[in-house]
Design a protein around this ligand. Structure first.
Ligand code: SF4
Length: 432
């Protein structure tokens, strides 16, 4: 099988002596292997392990070599990090298992399950098994080191952008003082020069390699790249368009997705976070110029519509400005993803948070191509929020109150037409 494939390719092999079944699937920029019923492995096109299922454990691996897992008997605890001293032996066991399968397939130990189906045989699978088997713990560490040379850590993405290619024309958060947020405390805000950003783009392309086609969109990081002046952003977007094939801005999202699936690697659009307090300084015409260059949706961290709670969070935004910003973005032809936090402000702010957040979201006249994320608030013990909550006696909500708050927001939302997609956002499960 030659690469890249526009459509998935699958084949099923069976070991005549044991009856063991090996199912192989290849997708643009990715491939997967299922062995019997208890083992599933998925890889990007380079062979990097990205997902593992071994009996009762589900594991996901990030590009920085973070491993998180979910155990069958512990679903309620969600995804948990795997301890580093356990991660390396685990990756080495998987690599050894794949190497053993490779040797068996190459030695004729597997035959097509249905020789008459015309689907590819064992010879199609061995190059992929060899590629994946090379990713032992040492290789994974070396790759993560290369990733860290190109990227500052990617601490957050909206869930619909987990599979985007992150580009970092800026690093950090220009404001960086919200009490609850520790995402970018490890770095000062910095803007790459046009030359440095172009080198970054080249390095990103080379890093993802054959895995690039697995990704659908481009995401401009870090927290508020769109805070830059309009002319600087045009230069950034044009550099991105030169480095990557981005769907023309005039296409609808459905049309962009069709355009994307006609070749690879192609990207349906460019996405980014935007903060309300700087976002409202640009005009609809300036945003429209970015839309023409591929910008499709921006994500606003509203957090809450309750002014006293925003003050408690040290978030310098006004709710009226957030509503006006959504109107401006809609006027420019962009969609928005609005993020609100569930549980933030604990018991003291709960009633006002629900009431005013619902009012703010309802005033935004959100549409079917917008998104609303209910993000579960996680209190970091070393955050300013934790210290302030302790000092002022702000008590957290328990699990039942959290669920009730999410439900109260969800069921009170009203939209002028077909509703936006509304989903839950669990930051602790994120790996890039
Ligand atoms: S919440 Fe957003 S604006 Fe506030 S510090 Fe974090 S990244 Fe910056």
């Amino acid at each position: 099988m030659s690469e890249p494939a526009a459509r998935p390719v699958t084949c099923t092999l069976v070991a005549p002596d044991s009856g063991e079944v090996l199912s192989f699937s290849r997708y643009p920029g990715a491939f997967a292997l299922k062995v019997g019923e208890a083992e599933v492995y998925s890889f990007d096109g380079e062979g990097r392990p990205v997902g593992l299922f071994t009996g009762d454990r589900w594991l996901r691996r990030g590009l920085d070599n973070t491993l998180v897992e979910k155990r069958a008997q512990a679903f309620t605890t969600g995804w948990q990090p795997v301890a580093p001293d356990e991660a390396d032996p685990l990756l080495d066991r998987v690599a050894a298992r794949l190497a053993a399968l490779h040797d068996r397939v190459r030695a004729g130990g597997f035959v097509p399950a249905d020789a008459s189906s015309g689907s590819p045989g064992p010879e199609a699978v061995t190059p992929y098994l060899a590629r994946a088997a090379a990713w032992n713990s040492r290789r994974c560490h070396a790759d993560a080191a290369r990733f860290r040379q190109i990227y500052r850590r990617v601490p957050i993405l909206p869930p619909d952008q987990y599979l985007s290619v992150v580009l970092q024309p800026t690093e950090g958060c220009r404001y960086n003082r919200c009490t609850f947020c520790t995402l970018y405390r490890d770095r000062p805000f910095r803007v790459k020069s046009p030359e440095e950003f172009r080198r970054h783009l080249v390095a990103v392309r080379a890093f993802f390699g054959r895995g690039l086609a697995r990704r659908r969109s481009l995401f401009l990081g870090d927290a508020n790249a769109l805070t830059l002046p309009a002319e600087a952003l045009v230069t950034i977007f044009e550099a991105v368009q030169e480095a990557f094939a981005v769907a023309p801005g005039a296409l609808s999202l459905a049309e962009a997705r069709r355009w994307q699936s006609a070749g690879s690697p192609r990207f349906e659009g460019i996405y980014s976070f935007l903060d309300v307090f700087t976002g409202c300084r640009k005009s609809a015409a300036e945003y429209a110029a970015l839309r023409e260059r591929g910008l499709r949706r921006v994500y606003l961290g509203l957090e809450s519509g309750h002014a006293p709670l925003l003050a408690f969070l040290r978030k310098p935004e006004r709710v009226g400005a957030a509503v006006a910003l959504v109107q401006t973005l809609h006027q420019a032809g962009l969609s928005v993803g609005v993020i609100v936090m569930v549980g933030v402000g604990g018991q003291r702010y709960a009633a006002g948070h629900v009431r005013d957040t619902v009012a703010a979201l309802n005033a935004m006249a959100l549409r079917a191509d917008d998104l609303v994320y209910l993000s579960e608030f996680v209190e970091h013990p070393d955050s300013d929020y934790a210290a302030q909550a302790r000092a002022e006696g702000v008590l957290p909500l328990d699990a039942d109150a959290l669920a009730a708050q999410a439900e109260a927001i969800r069921t009170s939302l009203r939209f002028p037409g077909p509703p936006p997609r509304l989903s839950v956002y669990r930051l602790r499960e994120f790996v890039y």
